[in-house]
Design a protein around this ligand. Structure first.
Ligand code: EPU
Length: 425
């Protein structure tokens, strides 16, 4: 297993390009199952989650070609059984359900198991698919989804107790594009990744309006065709490096290939904490540096356009050494605070109670061997290590490789003193 060794204290400077979005790529790759024609998708980040999705598509019968960030997929002859061995490695595999049921009238996909960031039920995914005519049974740990008499458009409210669901909205949208009649999704997720999926589907010939709002309307069509699409920038990777700039750059780091309108939550909170965030006029590049009078603040995660849960751990790491008291509450995944125990081992003063972290900023952290527990928690540990005294050894780096493309190389490019130590699997 690879480790990342971080020597704290380097001042960051220079520029990097932000990769294409992992969370937009995953459903878009799955949506290629909706047509027998070739789709070409650009800026797919080379991370293990997109690799798992491509393995699933290959196992379902797709022809897949990948070179640099471009992926070409032809789903001419596909089957309906997604293999457990690959599906179990990634929760987002469930987004093949919608396309398979739409295209083949049948899907067999393993039930996802537990998840370290909290309970992640799929009741809303199933509610959406059932509402438009799918029957769902479970057998040997698999969900068998069938639509014997076809899918029919309906009015569906997808609001759950923690708000809307991103992949649940995606699944229903992907199933409804080939249904008879019109589907309206109320309380839809309006994250930029949902909009990117709708744009992709519309470029294949779907008729979707309202993506990016709480009500999405999908007028079913009889078939979809090939397309060429470029995935949006990864707003969470960009946000993570914005935090790195705020913690460890005096002269400023520049992040290219970003979208200002997708970074509002992180930008607002970095500025409120006293840091300097300046976008280029066109909003596609941003410079971030540490402010002279950093101070703690309060964050509550919320569905888009609120502050993203996927940025919660990184801000918690920043607040660990920010003067004053900060309060971070996660309303979407209240159990997503595994990083706090590791940050405390580095000398932070964080108390977690009932979905909320209270952080008393300390002067500095000290390097230590730490354990990554999930993707964003690992990013938080890397950020903490950048300014910690001494050396931090981040174990289980595979968590970070799920969603950050070449993180060690990008950090080196910005002047951080990091080294990946390769280990056996
Ligand atoms: N929920 C339900 N029932 C469902 C589905 C979700 O109760 O059927 C609940 C969840 O437990 C959670 C809330 O609804 O409390 C929102 O979950 P959502 O379904 O939106 O999460 P997701 O679609 O499975 C995506 C991202 C996550 C990100 C969340 C929230 C992808 C591949 N994953 O997951 O990203 O945290 O939306 O924004 O897009 C990450 O990248 O690190 C990551 C975990």
């Amino acid at each position: 297993m690879d480790k990342l060794i971080v020597h704290g204290g380097s001042k960051l400077t220079g520029s990097i390009n932000i990769s294409g979005s992992k969370n937009a790529s995953l459903p878009i790759l799955a949506a290629s199952l909706l047509t027998d024609q070739q789709v070409i998708i650009e800026r797919v980040p080379d991370v293990s989650d997109t690799n798992y999705m491509l393995q699933i598509l290959s196992a379902l019968g797709c022809e897949v070609e990948r070179y640099s960030g471009t992926v070409k997929i032809t789903a001419a002859n596909i089957i309906s059984e997604a293999p457990y061995e690959i599906v179990r490695k990634m929760r987002a595999s469930i987004c093949v359900m919608g396309p398979l049921i739409a295209r083949l009238g049948r899907a067999s996909v393993s039930m996802p198991g537990g998840c370290v960031i909290g309970d992640r039920p799929i009741d809303l995914h199933l509610k959406g698919l059932k509402a438009i005519g799918a029957q769902i049974d479970t057998e040997g740990g698999n969900m068998i989804i069938e639509a014997g008499s076809g899918l029919k458009g309906q009015h569906v409210d997808l609001r759950g107790k923690h708000g809307p669901t991103v992949l649940g909205t995606d699944n229903l949208m992907m199933a409804a594009v080939l249904a008879q009649g019109t589907t309206t999704i109320e309380s839809a997720a309006c994250e930029p990744e949902v909009v990117d999926l709708a744009d992709f589907l519309n470029s294949m010939g779907a008729k979707i309006t309202g993506a990016g709002t709480r009500q999405i309307t999908i007028e079913g069509v009889t078939s979809l065709g090939g397309t060429h699409h470029t995935v949006i920038p990864d707003r969470i990777e960009a946000g993570t490096f914005m935090v790195a700039g705020s913690m460890a750059s005096e002269s400023g780091i520049i992040l290219n290939r970003v979208r200002k309108d997708q970074l509002l939550g992180a930008t607002e909170k970095l500025r409120e904490s006293g840091h300097l965030v300046r976008f280029s006029d066109c909003g596609t590049s941003v410079s971030v540096s540490r402010g002279d009078t950093a101070k703690g603040c309060q964050i509550t995660t919320a569905p888009h356009p609120g502050f993203p849960t996927d940025m919660q751990a990184q801000f918690t790491a920043m607040f660990a050494t920010t003067p004053g008291i900060s309060i971070v509450e996660d309303t979407i995944f209240p159990q997503r605070f595994m990083h706090c125990a590791e940050l405390n081992r580095m000398g932070a003063d964080i108390q977690v109670d009932n979905g909320r972290a209270i952080i008393h900023g300390v002067t500095s952290l000290s390097g230590a061997p730490v354990m990554a527990s999930d993707l964003r928690a690992s990013a938080a540990l890397v950020l903490a290590a950048l300014t910690a005294d001494g050396v931090t050894e981040i174990n289980r780096l595979y968590h970070i490789d799920r969603g950050y493309e070449m993180i060690d190389e990008k950090l080196l490019q910005l002047g951080a003193n990091v080294e990946r130590q390769r280990g056996s699997a």
